[in-house]
Design a protein. Structure first.
Length: 243
């Protein structure tokens, strides 16, 4: 049994590329009304022009609290409600920790943890008032397994998993579901992969990467469960990923 997503109002952070852009396309096909939020307004406007649904484009930097507040308030004013907060924006750093630029690490912590928490904090009052909603966070396999090349990134995703699992219990009585979606390697911009043929080779042929569409299909599955079902954590990896 599935629940229709038609006419649901969905905020997507990190909407200008990768999983976020794929989510915009696939949720538009589900009949959702969308708020596209990221820093790259030009990319989002071009994306919105492709979609056969009502879209609001909002410039939002997840390191700027005022941008997050404005994103939520603009949505409330335009649509009157928020059914789904898809907190998808994130940064990724890998390699040997001793070689990291610690300013870049601090920015990643700000986006991956503080930004997610602020997005949730901003929408909960409205979701409570309207009788419910969904908060879906893009996590990572790195939040479930200690990946050798990602000590700082993995720390942010372990923090996200703890946040999701504890917040879920606090807001369940308000009709709010809190969920995390944890993909393995995804062939998109975060790995510097944009060529369609290369994406097909890495996913369908070699089966070492997921596609962004695979991740969004999982998100749609989570969001379309009956209200008494919460898919608290969903991990998906390509067939030949070791973690």
């Amino acid at each position: 049994m599935t629940k229709s997503l038609s006419d649901k109002v969905v905020i997507i952070t990190g909407a200008s590329s990768g999983i976020g852009a794929a989510a915009a396309r696939m949720l538009a096909q589900q009949g959702c009304k969308l708020i596209l939020a990221a820093r790259s307004v030009g990319k989002m406007e071009a994306l919105a022009a492709e979609l056969a649904t009502e879209c609001l484009v909002v410039r939002a930097d997840m390191t700027v609290p005022a941008d997050i507040a404005n994103m939520v308030e603009s949505t409330r004013k335009h649509f009157g409600r928020i059914d789904v907060m898809f907190a998808n924006a994130g940064l990724f750093i890998q390699g040997d920790f001793v070689d990291y630029d610690m300013d870049a690490v601090s920015k990643m912590l700000k986006v991956n943890i503080d930004g997610v928490m602020r997005c949730a904090h901003a929408v909960i009052p409205l979701m409570r008032a309207q009788g419910g909603g969904d908060i879906l966070v893009t996590s990572s396999i790195a939040g479930h397994a200690e990946l050798h090349r990602g000590p700082a990134y993995g720390a942010t995703k372990h923090a996200v998993e703890t946040f999701v699992n504890t917040l879920r219990r606090q807001v369940a009585a308000d009709g709010i579901r809190v969920m995390s979606l944890a993909p393995g390697k995804v062939a998109n911009e975060i790995w510097g992969i944009t060529d369609a043929e290369e994406i097909a080779r890495l996913s369908a042929d070699e089966q070492t990467y997921l596609r962004s569409d695979d991740v969004v299909a999982a998100a749609i599955f989570m969001l379309s469960r009956p209200r008494h079902v919460t898919v608290r954590n969903l991990v998906l990896v390509p067939r030949y990923q070791e973690a």
